[in-house]
Structure formats: C-alpha cells, structure tokens
Design a protein around this ligand. Structure first.
Ligand code: GDG
Length: 729
C-alpha cells in the first residue's frame, strides 16, 4: 500500500543522553500532532534530523529506536549543523524571509555549499525509502531544494511542499545570490503551500520575474508538469488546548497563578527567542504604559515566557542579552515592595503550565515583527473556554488574516501597542465574549487535522489534474492515431496559427520570421495534393504575404479580415466600419506615453497595444487598466477585446478566425480537418469547426481544443510526422 513520507528538518522527537545511552522522547509540537494521524499509520514515516550529532558507533542503535516510532533519521555532522542549519538556514533564509536582510545577512558561499549537500543527504534517505505510489510532503525553509532533487530521480512521484515562514516580496528575495536555484528547487513539488495569500502572491511574483516559466493565476507550468500554489493557513490541535484547562493538573496550576497575581491583571506573551517576534518592542510598549499611565503600576504584570532557541547564533545571543538588560531595567525602575512589573522566564515550560497561563491571562500579547502564522495566538484562543480574555495581535502575523476579532496592531507602532493593551485591560466582558467566541469557532473548525486533510486532498487533485492533462497531451500514442486517420483520408484541411504555434514568441514582432526548418515542413505538407494548408493568423496581410505569398498555402490574415488563395491576390472583407479606430487610437496612445517599451500596431480592422518590452509587471498592470477602460466602449461599438500574449487587441466583432475557417471548410467536403493554435483567438477556431475536427491547443491553459501540445517544437514534430507519412494511393 502506498505510504506518505513526511520530511522536515527536525524529527518530532527529543533525544536525552543518559549513561551514554540515548533515550527518545516524542515531542508533540503542532506539526507532530497534526501529522500524528498521518505518519503513525499505514506504514507512513517521518524523515528528519534527530536534533543532535550522534556518535557514529551509536547510529545503528538510534536508528532502530527511531524506527519503532515510524521515524527515519538523517544524520548530520557538526559542520553540517553550523553551515547548513545555523549558517544558511538561520543566518540567510530566516532573516531575508522575515525582512531582516540588511542587518543580519552574510551570503557565504560555503554555507550555500553545505545547504546543497545537506539537502542531498535528505534526498538519499528519501530515495532509500520511496516506493511506487508514495506521496512525499516536505516542510519548510531548510529543505527548499529537496523537491527538485527528488523529482530529478523520480519524475512521477507526488510531492507537496509547505513553507511555515513568510515568503518575502521579490525585492527581498532577489537579494539572495542563489535565488533561482531556490525557486527551481521548490518547483520540484506538485503543490506548494503557504500560510497566507500574501505569501502566495509574493512567491508567484518572484517566480514570474526570475524564471522563464508560464504562470496562469496560481498555476505554474514547469516543463512537463503543472504546479499549483495555494494558501493553507495552519491550525492547532484545538481539542487538546480546549481540553487541557479542564484537567485537574492545569486547574491546580491556574489557581496557584491566580493566587500569586490576585490583584493583578496578567498580560501573557510566549515565544521562541527570535528577533522576528518583537520581544524588545513589547518591552518598550509595556514600559511606555507604566511611564504614561502610572495608575497601572502595581495593577498589571507582563508574564513573558521566552523559549531558548538558536542561542549559539551570534545575533540570537545578542538579542538575549538585550532582553535581559531591558527586563532588568524596567523591573528596577518600576518595581514596588510587593509587585514586579515583568515576570520573565527564559526556558521551556511544561504544556500544563503553558495551558494554565493561557487560561488565566487576561490579555495575550502577540506582537511579532513578522511571523508566518503564529500558533501561540490560536492556542490562547482555544484555551479560553469561558470566551473571555483579549488577544492583541500583530498585523504582521499570518494569524491576523484569520483572527480578525483580535485587537490588531502594527508592531512598529509602540504607542498603538500600548493603547491596545489599555483597551484590552478595560474591555467590557460582553465585548470580550463577542470577540472570543467568534475566534474560538474559527480556531475549532480550521484545526490542524483540517489543515492536513485539505492539503493532502488538494495534492491528490493536482495529481489527477496532471494525469488528465497527460491524456489530452499529444504524445506518441495519440500522434499515431492522428497519423492513421490522416493516412486514411484524401481531402484534408490543416489550419495553423503562426505566432506561438509555428514559432515561439520573440521580443520583437518582426523577428519571428520563418526559419528554414519551418519552410521545409510546410512545403512537405503542402506538396501533397490531398492537403490544403492554411495559415490563419492575427498578423498583417502584407507581412504574411511577404513570408508565404509564393507558397502553396492558403493565407488568412488579421484574424480573418484578409484572404489569399494560392496563386491569387489578397482580398479583404468589405463594408465593415473602421470609424472606431480613431477614438481608440488616442486612448492607446495615452498608454504608450505612460508605458515605456509599449507600442501600437494598426491593422485594417483592428488595433493592437503590445507590451512585450515593457517592465515586467507594469505591462500587465496597464493591460488590465486598458481592458477595463475599453470594456464598455467595445460593447457599444461592436468590438471584441482580445487579451493575448503581451498584447491587447481590439477588433471588429464580425471578424474572427472561426468564421473565416468555416467559410473555407464549407467550400469542400473535407474528410480530415485539423487546427492548431495557442491563444484566445484560436478558441473561436476550435469552437467553430465540426466535431470531427482534430483541435490542438499549444500550451497548457484552459481550452476548447481536444488535445494540447506544449510548444512550437511539439507542433513541428506533428507536422513532420504528417509530412513524412506515406500518401494515400
Ligand atoms: C514557525 C513559524 C508558524 C512555546 N513555548 C513553549 C511551547 N511553545 C510552543 C507553542 C507553539 C510553538 O511553540 C511556537 O509556534 P509559533 O507558531 O508561535 O512559532 P515558531 O516556532 O516560530 O514556528 C510560525 C509555525 O512555524 C507553524 O507553521 O506559525 O510563524 O515561525 O505551539 O505552544 N511549548 C511548550 N512550552 C513552552 O514553553 N510546551
């Protein structure tokens, strides 16, 4: 039975060393709990680093101990840890992805080398355990290269990737010297998940600017595969957090806390030691509160739990010192004989104590400068089984997109954070309950199991989508059946679009002239007396005439406004209005003036605004703007808007490739009709042709065509096979 392989940098286990023996303690973090249902059953496994360097003579023992928990280890050396983990992952990717690049980042090539080699180590362990039909789900920023490394060896495997931290804007991401390799690594996955829609947007924008891959809304096409990019906000084990406050142990600890802080309101904060969590800014806001509002002295306590993390990295050690100083400072300045402003723990607390704090604290203050999601905010909400308590939440945390009933603050605005604390401390109970009950419902529904379920379900759907694409793809078997049909027929008509179909797109429209191979293919095909080859294009008639006027090919130009039979002159459709062109030309000109690199092309019955050479992103923005401006005008004047590949074209509604093709098809009793095209205008063609026609879209976007090929090279392959096939006797 196929299994699921979870992969993350750390295994969900802690190793304790006692009397030179290793003892394994499963660590039930959010991810481990969520995936617990997945990885402990049906032969599913979790692959990762066990969290510390294991002596070579002990690895066998540790491996077998881990195996009992369905865990498979990737052993790392001390150098791996300091270069790959502390160096590249935590000193390059973490700061850049959290917008701390300038202060904290050094781009050391040796770190990068280790990052690559450790990703290879993970790949090796995965491949040793990967069987046909297995699904691989890779987690987080330490393993960005891994999806492509697996894909290179196992093209067909189903791979999901989830990033737990924010994906930064392209302006930040582009700073990394190895940015393209990182994106290419991620694109090895079939489904790429982020916590929020903003992360999705940023990722797609980086891919579109850095890699030559087509993107259509949230779908990327990379070589043979379509990759889906989506947001899946992670949830928590809600049942666990809402259940804990009911247990006697937690109740007892909660009573103790209440006893200690009897006349005090508690403001709770819980985070790992990290500069992205806004710990110093929180202390500043609290200091401001005591300074500006002395009435709170002796009445509120900031209960701050900071979990030790990465303090071997210099910037973290420095941050820890800063926090120690600031806490000491505030406590020294404001403390009274029976009250200390800040209760500060630099250690990890047992979950029961954490739960007692969550269920007792009047306010939970979560003010990260950046956070992928932030599970602490959700854990606080789930623990408030009485529906009271107030959450103050940074707008920079992914969770703020869901927990909209929190008091949302900008963590850089210390005054606003201080004011939000005051509002929280004074919020009427009814208002607390209104907000909290809304948030509790949300946290209960979108829990971690739900998150795992919808991610895995979507991954399956993506795989099915890829497979159905494969069946529509003209591969060798389909090509054979097309050729067989071709051979058995004697009155054939073949419609070929030009740009994007017979040739790829060029930066300059005039550079896309036919090459020797194309001329050869067309000559071969059109020399068969049973064939009528038609080039049907949006290009100007004189342009097509220059290239193919002397060939045995029927030409249809400007989407069906001009026709030229072999050996005859051009004739155009007459009697259509062109008065509209003057008005629209002046609108187009405004866009040319505002968009460097764009230009207008005028045809008999159409106007086109090209933006292929405009700045990436700006062209698309202006094109949308132009389309919106023209939308109503076009309907009034009987015009059709054609959004094309880096072009917006407006033409008379009466003219379209479908009508033009039908007028030819109806002239003779053809027994073989085929059409190939790549863009919007070719859909008219596919729609108009009879059911028996073989319609082929070039590209993987949505289409009415029965089949598709990926690019002009594949088109040429089909034409070559037809041209070479033996003519009917
Ligand atoms: C990354 C992203 C994203 C904390 N102190 C104690 C303790 N904790 C537990 C909390 C919570 C977890 O640690 C922290 O999770 P966060 O989500 O807040 O933050 P990161 O560790 O930075 O996680 C983050 C997350 O991945 C998931 O995708 O949300 O944005 O940075 O579960 O409860 N647990 C115990 N004692 C403590 O003292 N037992």
């Amino acid at each position: 039975m196929p299994k699921t392989i979870i992969v993350s940098n750390r295994l969900p286990v802690k190793i304790k060393e006692t009397d030179s023996e290793y003892q394994l303690v499963p660590s039930e973090g959010g991810l481990a709990t969520g995936l617990g249902t997945v990885y402990k059953q049906n032969g599913n496994v979790w692959i990762g680093w066990p969290g510390q360097v294991i002596e070579p003579d002990k690895t066998e023992q540790v491996t077998s101990q881990l195996k009992e928990l369905s865990l498979l280890p990737v052993y790392l050396t001390q150098e791996d840890i300091s270069e790959f983990y502390e160096g590249f992952s935590n000193d390059v990717l973490w700061p850049v992805f959290h917008y701390y690049a300038s202060t904290y980042t050094t781009y050391n090539p040796s770190h990068w080398e280790y990052y690559k080699s450790v990703n290879q180590k993970f790949k090796d362990v995965i491949l040793e355990n990967l069987e046909d039909g297995d699904t691989v789900w890779i987690h987080d920023y330490q393993l960005l290269l891994l999806p492509a490394l697996i894909r290179q060896v196992r093209a067909d495997v189903s791979i999901g990737f989830f990033l737990h931290i924010p994906f930064p804007s392209h302006e930040m991401f582009r700073l990394i010297p190895w940015r393209n390799e990182l994106l290419e690594g991620m694109l090895g996955a079939d489904l790429i998940g982020f916590h929020t829609f903003d992360d999705v947007r940023h990722f797609l924008s980086s891919v579109s600017r850095l890699l030559p891959v087509p993107i259509s809304s949230n779908i990327i096409t990379s070589g043979e595969r379509t990759i889906v990019v989506e947001s899946f906000p992670m949830g928590i084990d809600e049942k666990k957090y809402s259940g804990l406050p009911q247990t006697s142990e937690v109740k007892e600890q909660a009573l103790q806390i209440q006893d200690i802080f009897i006349d005090n309101k508690i403001i709770l904060s819980v985070d790992r030691l990290d500069y992205s969590k806004g710990i110093l800014q929180r202390l500043q806001a609290f200091e401001l509160l005591l300074n500006d509002h002395p009435e709170y002295i002796g009445k509120v306590t900031l209960y701050m739990v900071v979990v030790p993390s990465r303090d071997t990295v210099a910037s973290y050690a420095y941050l820890r010192d800063q926090i120690d100083k600031k806490v000491g400072n505030v406590n020294a300045r404001y403390r009274t004989i029976d009250w200390t402003p800040i209760t500060y723990y630099y250690r990890s607390l047992p979950i029961e104590m954490l739960s007692a704090l969550y269920s007792t604290a009047d306010v939970c203050l979560v003010n990260p400068m950046r956070d992928g999601m932030n599970l602490v905010s959700k854990e606080y909400v789930a623990s408030r089984t009485n529906n009271d308590g107030v959450l103050v939440l940074s707008e920079m945390a992914g969770a703020s997109k869901e927990l909209i009933d929190a008091l949302i603050v900008n963590p850089n605005n210390v005054t606003q954070v201080k004011d939000a604390i005051i509002e929280a401390l004074n919020m009427p109970l009814a208002e607390q309950q209104r907000r909290m009950s809304q948030m509790r419902q949300l946290v209960a529904k979108f829990n971690v199991k739900h998150w795992v379920h919808i991610f895995m379900e979507r991954l399956q759907e993506v795989k099915l989508m890829q497979r159905s694409m494969q069946t529509r793809h003209v591969h060798s078997v389909t090509a054979k059946s097309i050729i067989n049909r071709y051979r058995g027929t004697s009155k054939r008509i073949i419609f070929l679009d030009y740009d994007g179909t017979l040739v790829g797109f060029k930066a300059n429209v005039n550079q896309a002239s036919p090459d020797a191979e194309l001329y050869h293919l067309l000559t071969q095909l059109s020399s068969d007396p049973h064939n009528q080859v038609v080039i049907i294009s949006g290009r100007k008639h004189d342009n097509l005439g220059d290239w193919f006027g002397d060939k045995n090919i029927y030409l249809v130009a400007e989407h069906g406004a001009w026709f030229k039979e072999q050996g005859s002159d051009w004739h155009k459709i007459n009697g259509l209005s062109t008065a509209w062109k003057k008005d629209l030309y002046s609108i187009f000109e405004k866009y040319v003036d505002r968009t460097p690199g764009s230009f207008i092309e005028e045809k008999t019955y159409s106007l086109a605004w090209h933006y292929r050479k405009a700045e990436a992103g700006l062209g698309e923005l202006r094109a949308n703007e132009l389309m919106n401006t023209l939308k109503f005008l076009a309907t009034d004047k009987g015009l059709q808007l054609l959004p094309g590949d880096k072009v917006v074209e407006v033409k008379n509604m009466e003219i379209n490739k479908g009508k033009a093709a039908l007028s030819l098809v109806e002239q003779t009793d053809y027994d073989f009709i085929m059409a190939l095209g790549d863009d919007f205008t070719d859909e008219d063609l596919f729609k108009a042709l009879p059911d028996s026609a073989i319609t082929i879209k070039v590209g993987t976007g949505a289409s009415l065509a029965k089949f598709f090929v990926r690019n002009p090279t594949e088109v040429r392959g089909i034409l070559a096979s037809l041209g070479e096939s033996v003519p009917v006797s």
